[in-house]
Ligand binder design. Structure first.
Ligand SMILES: [Zn+2]
Length: 99
């Protein structure tokens, strides 16, 4: 089934950083996987601006979730043909963890 919604979603201009409260244009894509929640092949993605790339990647890195960090342009050129959701997704943005 082809949903017109998914096409509209990918047409959204200027994706923004996934960092909490940040509205800057995303430059980087952080690909990650939580082995407790996801199958090994699964990739969740966070978007990051230049400023938050390090913060977000270390957030994922210390948990052992971080798989890949690529530029947004590189990510989009490399993911043609693969399906997947873009953006922070249902797992929520960083900064929402409980103390
Ligand atoms: Zn940011």
């Amino acid at each position: 089934m082809n949903s017109p919604e998914s096409a509209a979603e990918s047409a959204v201009a200027a994706p923004i950083c996934s960092a909490k409260g940040c509205r800057a244009d995303a430059v980087w894509v952080l690909a990650w996987n939580n082995p407790k929640l996801h199958t090994p092949e699964r990739r969740k993605t966070w978007l990051a601006c230049e400023e938050h790339r390090e913060h977000l990647s270390s957030f994922l890195g210390v948990r052992g979730f971080l798989k890949d960090v690529v530029t947004l342009a590189e990510w989009e050129s490399g993911r043609s043909g693969t399906e997947g959701s873009q953006g922070p997704g249902p797992d929520g943005p960083p900064g929402t963890e409980r103390p």
